[in-house]
Design a protein around this ligand. Structure first.
Ligand code: HEM
Length: 509
């Protein structure tokens, strides 16, 4: 009996210590007189809805953002670590631009040994390596090089067009499609053609092309993948403990294999193509040295750069494109005006050229409004590296110390009624020249802002505009009753994915 009491006392003591340890920081924000979101639980802090997969991060963070509508800052706890939400556009500007030096790091700790292909991906690296890798990737997106890459985008538009034509004639008249799947095929093929120099093959048959298949392995929501992604992106300490990779082994092998094959084929047959790989091959032929690896452009160096295209650009672009098509399907008057613009611009330029796409101002309005409601990333997380005092427009002051994560909640700012009247309503007019004038740019951040703004923004916009124009010229779209409305976001996913999919009927005009 005595033994039983001893064990019981020990268990109680351990439980108490664990409880004490996991909640001992929970007064941090109170002591700093910063309002703190409610709902922290021992062990998980405010991250329990992600850990238990009851909410998508976009919804969870927006809930915390909305708890103090009048406050410029809100504290919360990532497990037991204090983190700060910024609700004031001037504070966001401070972090992303004005005092960037104090917040230069993205708050993600990736193990470069486990994920060597991410070693040059600007999103996942910091300091000097970030500067060089960003410069290098951005150099592929100058206007001249984008025009060069646009040839690849046009190839994919043509194969998507043939695929849609075949699908419609097979099904009689109209065809029902899941838009995220269609757009994932499209962006997978753009990456494979523009970055890796191989035909994507997603529109040849019903079978996935190889890049679409890798896309499914890496991004399609499922319980275990969701668990892993949520740990990697939101609870990185746990991901490190369990040695979780961002790029699965199968995808790593695939990227290395494909680059090797393509390089050998091009060397053997003297092939040149207008793609990202060719830019690297040119650097290799000139004997240039990669400034990050300090090595020649060998196969591994080239694979690392090319895979950044896929990791950063494939899923983000397909999310934005699919939600924009969904909004177009749901708003026939917007669809008609957009179609008229596309037709007029094509008539003016002769075809869907690079220059024609720059002329589509209503398309820009529609894309912006759609990305306002559904940005692929709910948050941007920055780590404080140098102590700084932040003061909000409401007078709240916070001394932010090194190591503290500062979170910019895109989904909160994008639907904040202080900045957007009727924030849940889809209205492209918000982005007319007149309505945009004088608006603080730090309330609309689908691509981020400041020094770490997305370097792929122009390529992403280009391919999305080309893809939507290709579809809308020849088809009318309406939302299928199979789509669950209002849209609910999949809690198993670290970006946004609509539960049940975005289904639309496409009918030839
Ligand atoms: C519609 C599609 C896209 C969206 C919405 C998007 C959005 C974003 C956002 C929000 C960030 C974070 C900015 C920050 O942390 O301050 C980012 C970073 C980044 N994006 Fe994109 N992105 C898209 C497409 C692309 C494409 C096509 C590429 C390249 C091929 C790309 C490459 C990158 C890179 C390398 C970074 C890291 C930049 C840095 O930390 O310096 N993105 N993107």
């Amino acid at each position: 009996m005595e033994q039983f009491y001893c064990v019981f006392a020990l268990v109680i003591a351990v439980c108490y210590l664990l409880y004490y340890y996991s909640t001992s920081t929970f007064n941090y924000w109170k002591n700093k007189s910063i309002p703190c979101a409610s709902g922290a639980v021992p062990g998980l802090g405010h991250m329990w809805p992600l850990a238990f997969m009851t909410k998508n991060s976009a919804d969870m963070y927006r809930d915390y953002y909305n708890q103090f509508p009048e406050s410029s800052m809100v504290g919360f706890y990532n497990l037991r670590t204090p983190a700060l939400i910024l609700r004031d556009p001037e504070l966001v500007k401070n972090v992303l631009t004005k005092n960037f030096q104090n917040f230069a790091e993205n708050a993600f700790d990736i193990d470069k040994n486990l994920d060597p292909l991410l070693g040059v991906n600007p999103f996942f690296v910091n300091e000097e390596r970030w500067k060089t890798s960003r410069q290098q990737l951005s150099s592929a997106f100058t206007s001249g090089k984008l025009k060069y890459l646009y040839a690849s985008v046009q190839e994919v538009c043509d194969s998507m067009s043939s695929y849609l034509k075949r699908s419609c004639s097979k099904s009689g008249e109209k065809v029902q499609l899941e838009l995220k799947d269609l757009c994932s095929k499209f962006t997978a093929d753009v990456v494979s053609t523009a970055a890796f120099g191989v035909e994507g093959g997603s529109f040849i048959s019903e079978k996935d092309g190889p890049f679409r298949e890798i896309g499914r392995i890496m991004f399609e929501p499922s319980f275990w993948k969701g668990m892993k992604q949520i740990f990697v992106f939101f609870i990185p300490i746990a991901a490190q403990i369990f040695r979780m990779r961002v790029i699965p082994t199968k995808a790593d092998k695939f990227f290395r294999g494909i680059v090797k094959d393509v390089l050998r084929q091009r060397e053997a047959h003297g092939i040149e193509r207008p793609d990202f790989l060719q830019l690297m091959i040119q650097a290799r032929t000139l004997g240039k040295v990669d400034p990050i690896f300090n090595e020649e452009y060998n196969d591994d160096v080239i694979t690392s750069h090319a895979s950044s295209f896929f990791v950063d650009g494939y899923e983000t672009s397909s999310i934005v494109m699919s939600f924009a098509l969904y909004q177009v399907a749901a708003h026939p008057e917007v669809q008609q005006r957009l179609r008229e613009e596309v037709n007029a611009v094509i008539e003016k330029h002769g075809s869907l050229t690079y220059e024609a796409l720059q002329d589509m101002s209503y398309m820009d309005m529609v894309l912006n409004e759609s990305a306002r409601l559904f940005p692929p990333f709910a948050t941007m997380m920055k780590r404080c590296t140098k102590e700084i005092e932040l003061t909000g427009s409401d007078g709240i002051t916070c001394q932010v110390t090194p190591g503290t994560n500062v979170v910019i909640i895109t989904t909160g700012l994008h639907r904040d009624p202080r900045f957007w009247p009727n924030p849940d309503v889809f209205d492209p007019e918000r982005f007319s020249e007149e309505n945009k004038e004088g608006r603080n740019k730090y309330i609309f951040l689908p691509f981020g802002e400041g020094y770490r703004i997305c370097p792929g923004q122009r390529l992403a916009t280009l391919q999305i505009k080309a893809g939507i124009s290709t579809i809308i010229r020849k088809y009318t779209l309406d939302v299928s009753p199979r789509t669950k409305e209002p849209i609910q976001l999949d809690p198993r996913y670290f970006m946004i994915s609509p539960l049940g999919g975005l289904w639309a009927n496409l009918k030839p005009i």
